[in-house]
Design a protein around this ligand. Structure first.
Ligand code: AMP
Ligand code: FES
Ligand code: ZN
Length: 269
């Protein structure tokens, strides 16, 4: 697979972004977001980086170092969001607090915070789009998980660009690696000598996603592409008649589907 060709085709086909826009790349320290930033920069897009430092020991420090090294090499500005300083609680304290109220795993809680932080910081930094490193394997896993839960429509709010939310406070999120196979991304990252952290966060408790991941790992690129094509048929049919209407959270003012956003539901404000 020619990664660069597929990456450019995805941007063109789904009109993800253009060179006049400012794009904030959500950098995790892993290979996918590193390749996302590398490719956007290589093809002349105007990017900056944001790393959310969850402060969970050596793993977070290693990721921070990798992000700093990458941004130095790409000559891009990088912002570091320290969750403990900004939220007044470490992510471990947040996990404990939320688990008293809700039966959720660590990563589900991190996910809500990461999305909330990304949107708010993107607005503060006045960027046009947020780019994440989600790849074909991630998207197939999420879609299959929603199908297995019996709720494929949950995937309607996904895709290479999140389109069906139109709100001035919601910054569109793009996934330029949406159609790229994980193993190819890894090869590309190594070939271009990108610095990244391998392996998962040791606090990750995604047992169900883990099982689905093992299954997806056994599929061929063709199988995965077929699954994602089915996914597109479904989201297209849901998207046409269902634009998500956003409200503003009564506590923090961020865009939300309910009166209170998930993040404030978790920890108050
Ligand atoms: P994950 O859910 O960990 O596979 O991450 C998916 C994408 O979310 C990554 O490719 C990044 O773009 C973004 N991301 C994950 N963790 C962070 C983080 N700590 N700071 C900034 N972006 C992140
Ligand atoms: Fe979510 Fe580690 S990043 S549990
Ligand atoms: Zn809120």
């Amino acid at each position: 697979m020619n990664i660069e060709k597929k990456f450019l085709e995805t941007i063109k086909k789904y009109r993800l972004c253009n060179k006049k826009e400012k794009i904030l790349v959500a950098l995790s320290g892993g290979k996918d977001s590193a390749v996302t930033a590398y490719l956007l920069k290589k093809f002349g897009y105007n990017i900056e980086g944001l790393y959310i430092d969850l402060k969970i020991g050596k793993y977070s420090d290693d990721c921070l170092n990798a992000v700093n090294e990458l941004c130095e090499r790409l000559k891009i500005k990088v912002y570091i969001y320290n969750i403990k300083e900004k939220q007044g609680k470490s992510i471990k304290e947040i996990w404990e607090l939320v688990k008293k109220k809700k039966d959720l795993n660590n990563c589900a809680i991190c996910g809500v915070f990461k999305k909330w932080i990304l949107n708010k910081e993107a607005r503060r930094l006045k960027v046009n789009k947020i780019a994440t490193g989600h790849n074909l394997d991630d998207e197939v896993q999420t879609f299959l998980m929603n199908v297995l839960k019996g709720s494929p429509e949950l995937s309607a709010n996904s895709g290479a660009i999140i389109m069906n939310i139109s709100d001035k406070k919601f910054i569109p999120r793009i996934k330029p690696l949406f159609y790229l196979d994980e193993s190819e991304i890894l090869k590309y990252a190594k070939k271009n000598k990108l610095v990244f952290v391998q392996g998962k966060c040791r606090y990750s408790q995604e047992s169900y996603r883990g099982e689905v991941r093992d299954f997806v790992n056994k599929l061929s690129f063709k199988n995965k592409t077929n699954i994602i094509n089915n996914f597109e048929n479904i989201i297209n049919s849901v998207k046409n008649n269902k634009k998500i209407k956003m409200q503003y959270c009564e506590k923090c003012g961020e865009p939300s589907r309910g009166k209170i956003c998930k993040k404030c539901e978790f920890v108050g404000f």
